[in-house]
Design a protein around this ligand. Sequence first.
Ligand code: SAH
Ligand code: SF4
Length: 358
Amino acid sequence: MPKTDAPLNRHDHCKELFPSEPAFRLKQIEKAYFTETMKGWEDVTTLGKEMRETLIKEIPWMSCTPVTTLSSKSGDTHKVVLAGNDEQLFESVLMRNKRDQWTICVSSQIGCAMGCTFCATGTMGLKRNLSSDEIADQYRFWKRFLSEKPDLPQRISNVVFMGMGEPLVNVENVKKAIHTWLDHTDLGPTRITVSTVGVLPVLEGILTDKDWPPVKIAISLHSPEEESRRKIVPTTAPRFHERLAQWTKDYEEILGNRRHHITFEYTLIAGVNDNEDEAKRLVNFVRKTSAVKVNVIPLNLVDGKAFTASSQSGIEKFKKVLLNAGIDVTQRKTMGSDIAAACGQLALTIKSGGKIVG
Ligand code: SAH
Ligand code: SF4
């Protein structure tokens, strides 16, 4: 198994343990994980005693456990460091949203191989993919966290794949985790957003993948032109913008009613991609696509990186160019920067003995 592969999913592990059990039994097991009154295998009394005993021995009730939890001063953002059962660490973030409910920012990998120059996760390189359980259990962890704080709103209404990692490089596990939530929680597909740096072959594969769920897709664009994008997103493929524009049109044609679910994300970095000329070029690019929305993200500072954030007046000017051209623009609110939980700030450095230093 390559070093970066995810651990075995518990569904597959169950199939190995109980090869003659019918599919509905495995579904019953999956459902139990998401039944809030159940805290361990001993509570799943719909399963026979012998089966429960095997499960207790073989399959941990949670695929990951909390190591440290941090809360922002405002109390509207919480970050957890989770350890997989192999003790590798990754992070997950819970943010209070406009509806006074919660959005989880989930990780899909430990680290990331894409190396975007402004992103803390990118500096870690890729340690490994997360299993579908480790992705899905970030929801279970935060549900439990909230249930222990009855004064807080309890509903998790949204999930965004904007934590550590590039979800489309781990697409099979990401898909499984999404289907698990759709089957066993009250999350609907339009409340789930997959954010991607734009892995074109995988994006193209989604168009004909019957198993791809109807979730929102956000593409991290960051620059209207290939050469300047490659300076900050080194994995930018040849003819990236041309192929992406074509992809948005194919998406509209093939998955028609989902077209409003595509967004371009644009992190504004002072002096790099934030001047008004750049905004005008972005308008020209967006006009070649079927995408209807641009979400600008103020840069969050990352230790050891020389980049700085655009001023709010600079951001306003940039947005105005887009708005005047009739493009729908929103600005991402920065949350949790005091606990290094904002977009692009998730990274861990682990000293021997498991101590977290970054
Ligand atoms: N790999 C995926 C999802 C994780 S990153 C992607 O790149 O889309 C989630 C979002 O955070 C992306 O839009 C990414 O460009 C943005 N981001 C990364 N570093 C950032 C930083 N320092 N400040 C603001 N946004 C950042
Ligand atoms: Fe990876 Fe996304 Fe960070 Fe780029 S921005 S390094 S793709 S996590």
